[in-house]
Ligand binder design. Sequence first.
Ligand code: C5P
Length: 215
Amino acid sequence: QGNRDLSGKRVLISAGGTREYLDPVRFIGNPSTGKMGLALAQAALHRGAQVTLVHCPASWDVPLGVEAISVISADQMQQVMLERLPNADIIIMSAAVADVKPKDYSTEKLPKRSLPESLPLAPVPDIVAEIGNRKQPHQYLIGFAAQTGDIITPAKEKLQRKKLDAIVANPIDKVGSGFGSDNNQAVFLDKEGREVEIPACSKLEMAHYLFDFVV
Ligand code: C5P
């Protein structure tokens, strides 16, 4: 029953918010819960795909039938994603990757009084851009762009710069969308110039709209 239009396809999804630890108890992170990635995994599974979900610490259970690999930092996520890349047909980067990490890591918990007033930072790898450079012609790469204000211009710029096939532009300053919400709204854009606006709906519906858009 239902639409099995992803049957035989291998879908690789990144989800959640990466964490960049300063010491064993403190990290730089973001409020992503990974629910959009979870919804994408559910939708892809339902449509007959073989699904791998590379996810950051999350409060939900991975659906039965989905291969899950848990990671914490952007470096770990990059390593796993690149390892899995050759076996994927559709790659969806829904993870919110921290853009920076603390330059140094202390294996001992730093005492409060010795915390520096300003923290030296180092960049983390841009995972989706690396995948954009490595991907084969048969592979389809989808990125996300969470934005406030004008969501279209930065999404178009990211689509090109990161060599994506499509991008989901997400307003995170609208009620009932974005981080932690069960709902979402978005504009889908692709490299052929298609542009489709998806009104507020559940993240699972959004996931199905996205597969309808790319299949
Ligand atoms: O540049 P920005 O973080 O807005 O780009 C969003 C897209 O790039 C998302 O698909 C996100 O998963 C991906 N990204 C990444 N590695 C980073 C930063 C973002 O894969 N270091």
